[in-house]
Ligand binder design. Structure first.
Ligand code: ANZ
Ligand code: ZN
Length: 830
């Protein structure tokens, strides 16, 4: 019989699907547990991508492996279904986004099942389900109650194409992360989440995580902790002081001017009337630029003089106060002391506006009359009054005392802009009352459902489409009963995904009314609780793309810590171990995209070669973490490999043929060798799976198959079966359908292979059994052959004399003396 993956795969998928895939339902108790999590997909119209399948196959292999190791494994799946694409599709095709999502989810689910992925479908969740987003809204209300959700009118990033506000994390190099349009600055009323309150914990707890260093570094830089000081400069002839933030107090004697951000609140109090018009024009121009534009290193520096002066507290010098947009209002104090001799941007600015440049740090203690570029390093102080000749690293604290300043810590991290002016998101459960202000919805009134609307089109004025539904918007104030309006902004796409890994654990509780009944601490602690090695606890292994490094992965950590503070969860970190899968490129080595026409459709491959081939192919392409190009020829290679496994199993039916041929049975040495290889393969595959080196595990299985094929017709039935069972068990996490079929049909087992204990190996069996014995005649190497290890001198001589070629060198086998080096060589002296 031929290998027929289509038949085998649909047969086993049907068997596994019984009782809603009961075979894979995880219990919430048990000795050994492991929580294996995938980044849940956004169910787009295009269906599953080969990139999804890469990560999902990896977690499926792990799940199957740990099930065979006797673990209680949780491997859930769900849908991250709010967000712009569904909404844009709905606008274009005039279909409600909920219907679009429904259709796409069905397609995705069917595709995942056609790959044999072993999800616990009983726990499936969907972020757009009102029973789900009720709790997303509840978390928001808790943040509001604790003062961590607040409204502010701030300059925000606005994407004119998506017609919505974006979070800082969604702006990449000044462009919308989603559509690539250049982001505009607008001043709009927004809901903000105070993620900055968690800055130090988000930074410090990175040390509890087993994550790729690259991702940790990205988070570290994004949080951007800076140790420095705040120094006050007195404004000349005014009562005001300007406070600057600096990381380099050692350079203060070189501060030849101050710079304020154009939005600095003190400006109006200090500007000299003669300069007012220039300053006003400058402020207007600056308000239209994004932070990215303002900080760009290559752009020529712009600025205006305020007409005012301040006193440098270190040397009592009168220095001018300038205004420039390279100083940002939302970092530090919005004001800097400029040290052009030692800072790049200050240097450019001083050159442009002909401001004084004074060297105060010298690499060798000598002074230079002209600087053609700023010196950024540390060194010896010069031109610095009482601090001259001191090393810059040592004077920082002394100077702070001298000028009466205090040390502070700054973070680059900004609060999370949380509202979106779009339809397809969780409504923010707030009512706006003229008398009472922002009033929270009562818990019993959750979920606040998204109303049906006719038009999903965003208005572009900064209001969400919900604002047009009068019946929904106009309500009574829950607090005073007076007329009030609902908040019409919705939550960003990142809200639902900030806690979904908890929702899987609580799936059957999503419908209850009261939060207290919803959170089940025992279950949460069972799956996520801290342990000795995992001090922050969390999901045991989380696999997904790298693109979420400072978005989802930071937001989820923030919410988790908040829920920890609320006492909902017992552990401080959501994801203990993170693995980023590499990007799968098209055959042309370019990123897969519709416009390039290099997108691979997984359905076609499954139809032609089967799911097992696709799964193994994607794991064999290279290390999981590497990006790698698609190769159609590689698919065929894998298909042939699985065919050979099948043909090997088929031989088991040919017993009579085996006997008839009467081939020589294996020698004891050959048998010992084959058995050693069996143990070696078990060890290799076991260790490789645990370390996520799936490609080399597959290579080891291919090698073992080749060895078996070589000798199979000389094996007796019991031996053959033993090896075939090992091969099938080891292959089963990778090619589960084929393995089940062989286990069932050829090896005649009634039960599923999925819970058969994982094969064990013995260290003692791994030792080499043979070595290459070198034969010398009078010290010259003449030939060599394989001999059993630890062979005695007597036996070695016997075997050597039996070698066919020996006659050429030893006449009639005569010699005078023998030199024998155990496990290396034998030398005949004639
Ligand atoms: C004087 C100085 C001298 C500085 C020198 C640097 C080098 P990080 O490390 O990023 O925290 N700065 C402070 N607030 C700023 C703002 N709102 N916008 C733009 N720049 C600002 O950088 C801190 C340094 O960035 C501060 O130290 C300040 O310039 C500048 F040789 O003060 B420094
Ligand atoms: Zn009210």
């Amino acid at each position: 019989m031929k290998y027929n993956p289509q038949k085998i795969e649909s047969k086993w998928q049907k068997i596994w699907s019984k009782n809603n895939f009961k075979i894979w339902h995880a219990k919430n108790t048990g000795q050994k547990k492991i929580y294996i999590l995938d980044m849940f997909p956004y169910p787009s119209g295009e269906g599953l991508h080969v990139g999804h399948i890469e990560g999902y196959t990896a977690t499926d292999i792990l799940t199957r492996y740990y099930l065979m190791k006797g673990y209680n494994v949780l491997h859930p799946m769900g849908w991250d279904a709010f967000g712009l694409p569904a909404e844009n599709y709905a606008i274009k095709n005039k279909i409600h986004p909920a219907l679009v999502v429904d259709k796409n989810v069905k397609h995705f689910r069917q595709q995942l099942q056609s790959l044999g992925f072993n999800y616990d479908w009983q726990r499936e969740i969907n972020t757009t389900d009102p029973n789900y987003y009720k709790w997303t809204q509840w978390i928001f209300l808790k943040l509001f109650e604790k003062g961590l959700a607040y409204e502010a009118e701030t300059p925000v990033n606005f994407c004119p194409a998506c017609r919505t506000v974006l979070a800082d994390e969604e702006v990449v190099e000044g462009k919308c992360e989603r559509c690539g349009t250049i982001v505009e600055r607008r001043k709009l009323r927004q809901w903000m989440l105070k993620i900055t309150a968690y800055a130090s914990r988000l930074l410090n707890d990175l040390s509890l995580l087993t994550w790729p260093e690259k991702v940790k570094l990205m988070q570290k830089n994004w949080i951007g902790r800076s140790e420095g000081a705040e120094i006050k400069f007195k404004v000349v002839a005014k009562p005001e002081y300007i406070t600057v933030f600096t990381t380099r107090p050692d350079t203060i004697f070189g501060a030849t001017y101050l710079v304020l951000a154009p939005e600095h609140p003190l400006l109006e109090k200090i500007i000299h009337p003669d300069y007012l018009l220039d300053v006003k024009n400058y402020i207007l121009a600056a308000s239209q630029k994004s932070d990215f534009e303002r900080q760009s290193e290559t752009k020529e520096k712009t600025g205006v003089f305020s007409g005012a002066y301040a006193i440098n507290p270190a040397n009592q010098e009168k220095i001018p106060i300038w205004i420039s947009d390279y100083v940002l209002m939302n970092y530090g104090t919005g004001a800097i002391m400029a040290v052009p001799a030692h800072d790049e941007r200050d240097f450019d600015f001083a050159k442009t506006f002909h401001l004084a440049i004074r060297e105060v740090i010298s690499p060798n203690g000598k002074t230079h009359s002209i600087l053609d570029k700023p010196y950024l390093g540390s060194g010896i102080l010069v031109n610095s009054g009482p601090f001259n000749n001191m090393p810059s690293e040592e004077v920082k604290d002394k100077i702070l005392v001298y000028v009466g300043a205090r040390k502070t810590i700054q973070y680059k991290l900004r609060d999370w802009i949380f509202s979106r002016q779009r339809y397809w998101g969780e409504p923010i459960p707030i009512i706006k009352c003229e008398k009472c202000g922002n009033v929270a919805l009562k818990e019993k009134d959750l979920p606040l459902k998204l109303p049906m609307v006719k038009h999903y089109q965003p208005s572009g004025t900064g209001e969400s489409p919900l604002a047009t539904i009068k019946e929904w918007v106009n309500v009574k104030c829950p607090s005073c009963g007076g007329p009030a309006k609902r908040e019409t902004n919705t939550m960003p796409q990142w809200a639902g995904s900030s806690w979904y890994y908890l929702a899987y654990l609580l799936k059957d509780k999503l419908k209850v009314k009261k939060a207290k009944k919803f959170w089940n601490k025992k279950i949460l602690n069972y799956w996520l609780g801290p342990t000795k090695e995992k001090k922050g606890g969390g999901v045991d292994i989380y696999i997904g793309g790298v693109e979420h490094a400072v978005l989802h992965l930071l937001y989820a950590r923030f919410w988790h810590k908040f829920l920890f503070d609320l006492g909902v969860v017992n552990n401080s970190e959501p994801f203990y171990r993170l693995v980023n899968q590499g990007i799968i490129l098209g055959e042309d080595n370019e990123k897969m995209s519709k416009s390039r026409g290099n997108v691979v459709n997984p359905d076609n491959i499954i139809k032609t070669y089967g799911a097992d081939t696709l799964r193994i192919y994607e794991m064999f392409m290279g290390p999981l973490q590497d990006s790698k190009p698609w190769d159609s020829k590689g698919i065929i290679g894998i298909y042939r490999f699985l065919n050979r496994v099948w043909q090997l199993a088929e031989l088991l039916k040919e017993e009579k043929v085996l006997k008839k041929e009467k081939l020589m049975p294996l020698s004891s040495l050959e048998r010992r060798n084959l058995e050693k290889n069996r143990h070696k393969t078990i060890k290799k595959v076991t260790e490789d799976i645990e370390n996520l080196r799936f490609n080399t595990a597959i290579a080891a299985l291919m090698e073992y198959l080749n060895q078996l094929n070589f000798v199979v017709r000389r094996l007796n039935k019991a031996e053959f079966k033993k090896h075939l069972i090992t091969l099938t068990l080891l292959l089963s996490p990778f090619a589960p359908h084929l393995a089940e079929e062989i286990f069932h049909t050829h090896l005649k087992n009634k039960k599923t292979i999925q819970f058969v204990p994982w094969p064990k190996y013995q260290e003692a069996m791994l030792k080499e059994t043979t070595f290459t014995l070198v034969v010398q005649i009078n010290g010259k190497m003449r030939l060599s052959f394989k001999a059993p290890i630890n062979i005695s001198e007597k036996e070695a001589v016997k075997l050597a004399l039996k070698q066919p070629n020996i006659k050429k060198y030893l006449v009639k086998g005569k010699y005078q003396k023998i030199i024998f080096v155990p496990n290396r060589l034998i030398n005949f002296v004639t």
